[in-house]
Design a binder for this molecule. Structure first.
Ligand code: CA
Length: 648
């Protein structure tokens, strides 16, 4: 399925000790450059794009118990190679990827001859770097005490960041879970809500020069998940480790790395515009599959009763209604959420699975990750946290044809918790189950590393639209952030497309939707994850205009290509995605007034397209339109509204 070609060792940088002050590596088109330098025994890097400084002299290095790989460094040698990889990954924003980069490996040595290898890969708009640490004397592992790795932004930079939460707060002490709001265009060094730094991904607006997106990838249980510290007003953000209290205090905050070993990749996507930020595939370019798929996994659409109908819908009769809804929409799955073991029971789930099978709808089941790391009472629990219980449950699921699991409520970013994610994914693959995580960390390259990984929440997701009016009042604003930040680095299980006007079971009470139906449809394209758990309910079939339901019947969840068209985080966004021959162009507007946008769509054939748009009185309507000869189309997008174009 995947074809990988690596061309190695084309160049060896000739390196003279006398000239050891600076090394340079650039991307294939020569525009993005990383400059490595040593200054009084400390290692730094700088990033330029087309000659403009995007990241100033920023620190590198790492310290462990009895090992200082941050001071008294000198360069031993360096080498470059050309990376040229083709791969195919159906779960991300683009199916076929051609990754081309130049790699620099720079071997450093400290005053007691301990080595640190710094590896940079630079493509046209992405930089990935990591450390390789050879064995240090007898020691087969390194207890890492600190990383110097940092990012020093130029003066005029503003930030789009989301805070890391304190440990053991929120719903039944389940945080941190990457469910915090973003600050928009904030000054550098702004104190975060909890004072424990910011989570990846992190977007920086480097004034008129462009944009930098920071993230992390290739993370597994060989290290902990990192975050950014609070940053300084002068613009220096540094890598920080989890808080000691995460995961109920179980497991260490700092990572211990087996030697020889690699740290995860830290990534910078760098652009003059937002286009490279939205289109990047770097989280997947630099990682490889950790195991082979035990079967071909399939992806698609699901309905999900819990979102609008909540816990009361987790009963046999209501679940049958949602199986029927999925069947009438032509969807592949239904997601049965928390308490199913208590309110339906394992025996009746078998019956539901049989009912689904007759209708061509597969079941996915919810689990609590707990354990002993939080107080979330929802069951089933104690099924996913130990190998014996997990395999027994998974064997039962396989025997009745369950398609996947959704596991909720994890305890943070420690190595201890990452081991649980990895163990669940690995065991689930043995039993042919696909996996979604909720109440969880950001997945870092996992779509490609784990063939049965589908997507993660790690966002203030659609459940908040049911919980608070404020989430509805800011729905459009938040939706314009995700294509630039959270969702550009990983599949996002947001649970989009809620067509009820009021968010309760009867569609007559609860919170009020502020956005239009067209806006909701647009999020099915804007938000990317290979299995979408849509928020539609049986009543929508009767209440919605035919074209709304028809669109939802045919919208795909996997994409051959993704192209940024226009937008600004927090204001509006227009994105084009292609599935086979058909393009889907989705626009949403979070501003206070209607927005006129001229779209440049050179990829289109020029033939007729379907346009779904909002009327002035905010009703959804569909018409056939034709782009102009120059492949442009002018659209008006209502405030809190959307537009969709689709065709070839
Ligand atoms: Ca959640």
């Amino acid at each position: 399925m995947k074809k990988i070609i690596v061309v190695c060792g084309l160049l060896l940088v000739l390196f003279s000790r006398l000239a050891a002050q600076e090394l340079k590596i650039n991307g294939p088109d020569g525009k993005l450059e990383v400059h490595l330098s040593l200054d009084q025994g400390k290692l730094y890097y700088r990033v330029d794009l087309e000659g403009k400084v995007m990241l100033e002299k920023s620190p590198l290095g790492l310290q462990g118990e009895h090992v200082d790989l941050a001071n008294n460094l000198r360069v031993l040698d360096s080498a470059t190679q050309v990376i040229d990889v083709h791969y195919q990954e159906p779960k991300i924003k683009r199916r076929n990827v051609h990754y081309q980069a130049n790699e620099l490996r720079c071997t450093m040595e400290n005053d007691v001859k301990q080595q640190l290898v710094v590896i940079f890969r630079v493509s046209n708009n992405d930089i990935a770097f990591r450390y390789f640490i050879p064995q240090v004397g007898e020691a087969a592992n390194l207890k890492v005490t600190a990383e110097m790795s940092g990012f020093k932004f130029p003066e005029s930079t503003t930030t789009f960041l989301t805070a890391q939460a304190n440990p053991m707060i929120g719903w039944k002490k389940t945080k941190p879970s990457y469910e915090e709001p973003y600050g928009l265009d904030e000054a550098m060094g702004t104190a975060s809500k909890y004072g424990v730094g910011y989570t990846f991904p992190a977007l920086f607006h480097v004034g008129t020069r462009g944009w930098v997106l920071l993230s992390e990838t290739g993370l597994d249980a060989s290290y902990c998940g990192a975050k950014l510290n609070e940053g300084t007003k002068a613009g220096l953000y540094k890598i920080a480790f989890p808080e000691a209290g995460e995961n109920n205090g179980i497991g260490k905050a700092n990572p211990t790395l087996a030697l020889p070993g690699y740290t995860p990749w830290r990534t910078l996507t760098v652009g003059n515009t937002l286009k490279p930020i939205v289109e990047t595939t770097v989280p997947f370019d630099v990682v490889e599959a950790r195991f082979a798929a035990s079967k071909p996994y399939s992806f698609g659409r699901a309905t999900w009763s819990w979102l609008e109908w909540q816990d009361g819908s987790i009963n046999f009769e209501d679940q049958k209604k949602f199986v029927d809804l999925s069947a009438s929409m032509g969807y592949e799955f239904v997601l049965v959420d928390n308490w199913w073991d208590a309110q339906i029971g394992h025996k009746k789930i078998e019956e539901l699975a049989n009912y689904g099978r007759q209708k061509g709808v597969g079941l996915c089941l919810w689990y609590n990750s707990n354990g002993y790391w939080n107080d979330a009472p929802q069951t089933p629990k104690n099924k996913m946290n130990s190998s014996a219980a997990r395999k027994k449950e998974m064997a039962w699921m396989r025997s009745i044809g369950i398609k996947g699991i959704k596991v909720d409520f994890f305890g943070g970013d420690k190595q201890e918790t990452l081991k649980l994610y990895e163990d669940i994914l690995s065991d689930a693959n043995e039993y042919g189950l696909a996996v979604i995580f909720h109440g969880c960390t950001l997945p870092r390259g996992w779509e490609r590393m784990y063939p049965n990984f589908v997507g993660s929440e790690a966002v203030l997701a659609s459940e908040n639209l049911i919980f608070t009016q404020q989430a509805n009042d800011t729905e459009a604003l938040n939706a314009t952030l995700h294509p630039f930040i959270r969702n550009t680095v990983a599949a996002m299980d947001f649970g989009p497309v809620l067509l009820n006007k009021r968010h309760n079971r009867e569609n007559n009470g609860g919170t009020i939707r502020r956005t239009t139906e067209t806006f909701q449809l647009a999020t099915a394209v804007l938000f990317q994850t290979p299995v979408q758990n849509f928020g539609i309910t049986p009543n929508n079939l009767q209440e919605m205009p035919m074209h709304v339901i028809d669109f939802m019947k045919q919208v795909p969840t996997t994409w051959d290509e993704t192209v940024f068209i226009d937008g600004y985080p927090g204001r509006y966004v227009v994105l084009a995605r292609r599935h086979q021959e058909r393009w889907y162009i989705a626009a949403i507007n979070a501003e206070q007034k209607a927005k006129d946008i001229e779209l440049q769509l050179p990829m289109l054939s020029g033939g007729p397209l379907q346009l779904i748009n909002d009327t002035d009185d905010r009703k959804s309507r569909q018409e056939t339109v034709r782009p102009k000869k120059d492949k442009t189309i002018r659209l008006t997008v209502q405030p809190n509204g959307g537009a969709l174009l689709y065709g070839e």
